[in-house]
Design a protein around this ligand. Structure first.
Ligand code: EPU
Length: 336
């Protein structure tokens, strides 16, 4: 394990933002993870733990140590008549893990096809798409306590999962390094195809739902709607869909009959993409930062935008949406 100095992070964030890390290292196994947390440079610096870099916006050079978590491995822990139990190391790429499950016909993650990022970061923001959240298949999360090096296992319940949220975004933030995620996948899948255009896509493909076909359908929908981060730097949804009270929903629905909202908890969730589109920002740019013309929730690095330029666009959108609807748009992406 080598600690490098003054390293560009451009290749390590899907926005493709140029920013430098004072120190940078990659840890490839548990021994290296245990060793980095005892290293004097780590102990004496700010640190940033990095998985696939798909949910961060770097707005300046990082004056500390960036640790890229790279431990690999997918192991079958147990199989019974209904389920397959897997331990997956944090550095596995999420999409490769999904492909592995789809090809083995293990159900549960096919709706989460083509989400950028790594396995170790999927519980942090409880990734979700097309009617499934990763919390639905996570049994537990293994982590190392950064202060004392002890291993700790968080059960699904202890992870306190919520919409794009978990304990790792709140009280456990920066206290642990997630080393592995334990999944329970099913050999008798229940297909979830009601969300968005999934059923329509399956009909168009002229196929019956199966793990493989749902994965292919979602891949096709995502490729049409969402920009490929390899070609156009982005971090998926930049904002969360905001939760509002029923009273606020009724007030807005009366004023905007085409409002896109759905019941959630004891109130409603609004489609942030619709709010942004209505506020006039869809397809518009500010400097080199642009709002994707097919999905307004996604902000794109057009041509070597700085993180500050992307953040300025995000703030302009928040202001406009607040002025028009009186609703706060919360960022899903972590601004560093
Ligand atoms: N909409 C618009 N204009 C837009 C975008 C969306 O009017 O520019 C409307 C759509 O017509 C639809 C509604 O908003 O009626 C919802 O849109 P969509 O189904 O595309 O989903 P979303 O709520 O915008 C969420 C996730 C996505 C996930 C999709 C599909 C969040 C913040 N985003 O988007 O996740 O892929 O559902 O399940 O919850 C991500 O987190 O990075 C991500 C891409």
């Amino acid at each position: 394990m080598q600690i490098k100095e003054n390293i560009s992070l451009k290749a390590f964030n899907t926005f493709g933002i140029e920013a430098k890390a004072k120190y940078f290292t990659e840890v490839n196994n548990i021994t290296e993870i245990n060793s980095i947390i005892k290293n004097p440079i780590f102990k004496g610096s700010n640190f940033l733990l990095l998985g696939g870099g798909s949910n961060i916006l770097l707005t300046k050079d990082f004056d500390g140590i960036v640790v890229k978590i790279n431990n690999k491995g997918i192991e079958i822990e147990k199989v019974d008549s209904e389920f397959v139990y897997l331990k997956v190391q944090a550095g596995e790429v999420w999409e490769e893990f999904v492909n592995h499950c789809v090809h083995n016909n293990w159900g549960g993650v096919e709706n989460l096809t083509l989400i950028p990022g790594n396995v170790g970061t999927c519980p942090v923001q409880n990734i979700g798409a097309y009617g499934v959240e990763v919390k639905d298949v996570i049994q537990s999360v293994e982590a190392i306590d950064i202060v004392n090096g002890e291993t700790i296992v968080f059960s699904n319940e202890e992870c306190k999962f919520g919409y794009r949220s978990s304990i790792f975004k709140n009280e456990a933030k920066d206290k642990y390094i997630i080393t592995a995620v334990n999944f329970r996948l099913t050999k008798k899948p229940v297909f979830i195809t009601h969300y968005g255009d999934v059923n329509k896509e399956l009909e168009f493909m002229n196929v019956k739902p199966s793990i493989f076909h749902i994965s292919k359908a979602i891949e096709a929908i995502r490729r049409r709607k969402l920009p490929d981060p390899k070609l156009k730097g982005n971090a998926g949804s930049f904002f969360k869909n905001p939760s509002i009270s029923t009273a606020k929903y009724e007030e807005l629905a009366a004023e905007f009959p085409r409002l896109r909202a759905f019941p959630s908890g004891d109130g409603y969730k609004l489609a942030a993409g619709w709010l942004i589109e209505k506020s006039g920002w869809k397809g518009k740019s500010l400097g080199n930062a642009v709002v994707h013309h097919k999905q307004a929730l996604v902000l794109i690095n057009k041509e070597n935008a700085s993180g500050k330029e992307i953040l300025a666009l995000a703030k302009a959108i928040q202001l406009e949406v607040f002025n028009l609807f009186g609703v706060d748009l919360e960022m899903e992406v972590n601004v560093i």
